[in-house]
Design a protein around this ligand. Structure first.
Ligand code: UD1
Ligand code: CA
Length: 455
């Protein structure tokens, strides 16, 4: 049976105190509604509908190019009315899974369990027991403990207020039932809204079975209404990411001090120290060591590489057994081959660095191609930009560039060539040659140094 996922995301979320629609606020570097879309997509071939209202244009824009239908709910008349807006696009014979755009961390297993129940039975409801159920819809059960209705907090009697089992809002039911029930909803209640929750009583009256299941963790059904709750979910999400890394072979100095904002793939026996942020698509090989305070975004790091403290790496490919940092900045387009070394206060950009080459101190290497075993002395700069064009510097195998050299691109330095310290190289250097552009040192013998008066 096909699955239609309906994600409610039309509400304003005024308690966020934000110009950004609530569901676009991020957890783990990804918009909340995107989490819901991505997790639902794990169920297989689902049709996803997002009900939008407040901030509709921003939502369309940020989700453009994805396989989702948008249903516009121009006035927010309640959750039942919201689902009704999506129904014209929902299949005749499918299971409808209703999710909330501001409940980002429901697990795929929980969702698929609900779809399974609705496909083979009648109605699946996700409920949770709360110490403080204030504000939530209460699950009303009969003497046989069967679910018979949901009563919203504002409509509930004092007796019903004592019920601790609440509606999470997430449910699954066949589309044919919804088609029949939604037009029957009335807005005669405390909030003057069309409550989706009223379909529970309709189902019960028809003698259908309502199965209430509970999530493994409360956070799975935790909604976000303000930034305090957003931060709570962020921490829970990060702990899950940390656990994933540890279970798969990384030792973390402190699981509370790592942040993952993307997809991280790892080998085994990694060591990750504190305050490390991993963003986008990051792949880390066996035995990689990441020292404190590093930021890695969209990069691959080969086995045995050590990234020393306070290093920033972005859009780069680092091979095996490299040594980077401390305080290195590896910018987009950098490719380091095996055993390359990039030391402190070095910036690289679009630099292809051959095996075993070293750029150990205080350098800028941009738009450059370095061969194997090249040694770049301290303070070497590739002058890659003339104010209009970017040009390339090419350095051959085993070349030795003396400290404080300026390489004015486009320029080539041959293999086994040597450049004397302090040179400005604007013409190509042949293989095996020595190039020096330094002015000659002069000397004044027995020069009388100026003396302070009275000494
Ligand atoms: C709803 C449930 C309640 C449940 C609670 C869980 C109903 C009537 N009540 O209450 O039983 O305990 O969620 O958090 O369903 N939305 C729309 N359009 C609308 C109204 C809401 O898209 O017209 C969206 C909101 O953006 C939000 C979600 O639906 O993502 C829930 O709306 P909200 O107003 O928070 O529902 P509650 O009153 O909290
Ligand atoms: Ca709510």
């Amino acid at each position: 049976m096909s699955v239609d996922v309906v994600i409610l995301a039309a509400g304003q979320g005024s308690r966020m105190k934000s110009k950004l629609p609530k569901v676009l606020h991020q957890v783990g570097g990804k918009a909340m509604v995107q989490h819901v879309i991505d997790t639902a997509a794990q169920l297989g071939d689902v049709n996803t509908h997002v009900v939008i209202g407040h901030g509709a244009d921003l939502l369309r824009e940020s989700l453009q190019g994805q396989r989702v239908n948008f249903a516009l709910q121009s006035e927010q008349k309640g959750t039942g009315h919201a689902v009704a807006q999506a129904m014209p696009e929902v299949s005749e014979d499918s299971v409808v899974l209703v999710l909330y755009g501001d409940v980002p961390l429901t697990k795929a297993e929980t969702m698929s369990q609900m779809v399974e129940i609705a496909a083979t039975g009648d109605l699946a409801l996700l409920t949770v027991d709360l110490k403080d159920p204030t504000g939530y819809g209460r699950i009303v059960r009969n003497s046989a403990d069967k679910v018979v209705a949901i009563v919203e907090h504002k409509d509930a009697s004092p007796e019903q207020h004592k019920i601790s089992e609440v509606n999470t809002g997430i449910l699954a039911v066949k589309s044919q039932y919804l088609r029949n029930w939604l037009p029957q909803l009335s807005s005669e209640n405390a909030q003057g809204e069309y409550y989706l929750t009223d379909i529970i009583a309709m189902a019960a009256e028809q003698g259908l079975t309502i199965s209430a299941i509970q999530p493994d963790a409360e956070e799975e059904v935790q909604g976000v209404n303000n930034r305090v709750q957003l931060a709570e979910l962020e921490r829970w999400y990060q702990l899950q990411q940390a656990e994933y890394l540890m279970i798969n072979g990384a030792t973390l100095a402190d699981p509370n001090r790592i942040d993952v904002r993307g997809n991280v793939k790892i080998g085994q026996d990694l060591l990750i120290d504190i305050n490390v942020v991993l963003e986008g698509d990051v792949t880390l090989g066996d035995n990689v060591v990441i020292e404190p305070n590093c930021y890695l975004k969209n990069c691959t790091v080969g086995a045995g590489t050590r990234i020393k403290a306070n290093t920033v790496i972005e859009d780069a490919a680092i091979a095996e057994n490299c040594d980077i940092g401390p305080f290195a900045r590896i910018r987009p387009g950098t490719q380091l081959s095996n055993k390359a070394k990039v030391g402190n206060f070095v910036e690289t950009k679009k630099a292809i660095v051959g095996e075993g080459s070293k750029i150990n101190h205080l350098s800028y290497i941009g738009d450059a191609i370095l061969g194997k075993d090249v040694n770049i002395g301290a303070g070497t700069i590739t002058c890659n930009y003339d104010g209009v064009n970017k040009s390339t510097t090419a350095i051959g195998d085993n070349a030795f560039i003396g400290s404080n050299t300026a390489l004015v691109a486009p320029v080539q330095v041959g293999s086994m060539a040597t450049v004397g310290a302090g040179s400005t190289i604007s013409k190509s250097v042949s293989d095996d040659a020595l190039a020096v552009t330094r002015s000659k040192q002069t000397e004044i013998k027995n020069w009388p140094r100026p003396q302070k008066k009275g000494s």
